[in-house]
Design a protein around this ligand. Structure first.
Ligand code: PLP
Length: 382
């Protein structure tokens, strides 16, 4: 630990302890050892990336029991390439025309209540988000009247950590109705990697496409992948940087490239994830969380609770809620002072919550002690 963050310090930048979780603003992942080794091995030779993408995608598809897969520069790029695939398909003229969508279906339908932070990625290829339903909910009739010749795809984000929204159309309903109308469905399932039966589930259910963010499973933060039908994945490949260089068809995917080390890293991360001892992964996250809690019990005005969620990519964690009237410090104040410490500790009160939602995903071994002690000190030694 003596050289913790020294590579950053030598630049004059300040490394931080990440108690926020897998967030892009801090660098969303730490490479698993197996992934690091595989990436290093990838350095030993060059390889045509079109071929590597194909074989790597097939390995992932086989592991997840879906028809096809394609590794991208993050789930965000998978979403963008997915929309390009649904608009331009494998028509080289159209691929080169994007983001100008004249002559192509360019509407990406999404339920109003499902609008979310990453939906901007659905527009970068030139598509246009079109909402259906309203703030109170969606009916099948809303979907029916939204679908037209201009519809490229129906987008559907899922987050299985949250209870199902009873006011919107379920994914099953959307798939069934859209397919009746011969329209494809794309699912943002970036974090749906645990329980393992959820990993790839949406394509197995009949969605034409889903993405996964590999940042959530020990691969480079900059990687992700698309899963889908062979037809959709082929169209994604043609719209991607590989299509641009191998086929000399200048699609919009060119700036979203991945390197061979990253591709091998993602394959290794998926292989690791499907064979990992998840019980011990979960047990470790729970231990880190409870050891933070142990520092914070029995402080007047501080309520602290174990987050028991194990669905998705960052299990357990701690909810902290301070009574400002008693402690003289609000949750936001504590978040701000933690950042001022040496070492700086980052956590947050996420949008839509009033508590501090601390995650152990980004804590290396032993950092939970620093986090617990520092929070206790800031609250009690005032
Ligand atoms: C992280 C995330 C993304 C973006 O993934 P990147 O790999 O960072 O591009 C998209 N959708 C959801 C739901 C995510 O959690």
């Amino acid at each position: 630990m003596s050289d913790w963050g020294s590579v950053y310090k030598s630049l004059g930048a300040t490394p931080v302890i990440n108690a926020t979780g897998s967030v892009t603003l801090l660098g969303g992942s730490t490479l698993a050892e197996e992934v690091k080794d595989a990436m290093e091995a990838a350095d030993s030779a060059y390889i045509p990336l079109s071929e590597l993408e194909q074989f790597a995608g097939q390995r992932i598809a086989d592991l997840l029991d879906v028809p096809a897969a394609y590794i991208t520069s993050g789930a965000g790029s998978a979403l963008t390439l997915g929309t390009a695939a649904f608009m331009a398909g494998i028509d080289d003229k159209k691929i080169e025309q994007l983001p100008d969508t004249r002559g192509m279906p360019n509407e990406i339908l999404i339920q109003k209540r499902q609008r979310y932070w990453y939906d901007r990625c659905l527009e970068f290829a030139g598509g246009k988000l079109v909402e259906f339903g309203d703030d109170s909910g969606t009916s099948v009739g809303d979907l029916e009247s939204a679908i037209s010749d201009q519809t490229a795809v129906i987008a559907y984000p899922v987050d299985e950590r949250n209870p199902v929204d009873p006011n919107i159309l379920s994914l099953e309903q959307v798939i069934e109705f859209s397919h009746e109308k011969n329209k494809p469905v794309m699912v943002d399932a970036a974090g749906q990697i645990y329980p393992l039966e959820n990993f790839g589930k949406y394509v197995r259910m009949g969605a034409d496409f889903q993405c996964i963010a590999a940042k959530y499973m020990g691969a480079p933060h900059s990687t992700g992948f698309a899963l889908g039908t062979s037809e959709v994945i082929e169209a994604i490949a043609r719209n991607s940087f590989v299509g641009y260089e191998t086929r000399r068809i200048r699609g919009i995917g060119r700036p979203q490239k991945v390197d061979r080390q990253e591709i091998i890293g993602v394959v290794s991360a998926v292989e690791r994830w499907v064979s990992l001892n998840h019980e011990s992964r979960l047990a470790y996250a729970e231990r880190q969380s409870t050891s933070i809690i142990e520092h914070l019990v029995n402080i007047p005005g501080v309520s602290v609770e174990l987050n028991t969620n194990i669905v998705g990519h960052q299990p357990f964690g701690v909810f902290i809620d301070i009574d400002e009237g008693i402690v003289g410090l609000s949750n936001e104040d504590l978040v701000a002072s933690l950042k001022q410490q040496d070492p700086s500790i980052w956590t947050r009160v996420p949008a839509g919550d009033t508590r501090i939602v601390l995650h152990v995903f980004g804590l290396s071994k032993g950092q939970e002690e620093i986090v617990g002690k520092t929070i206790r000190k800031l609250i009690t030694e005032r």
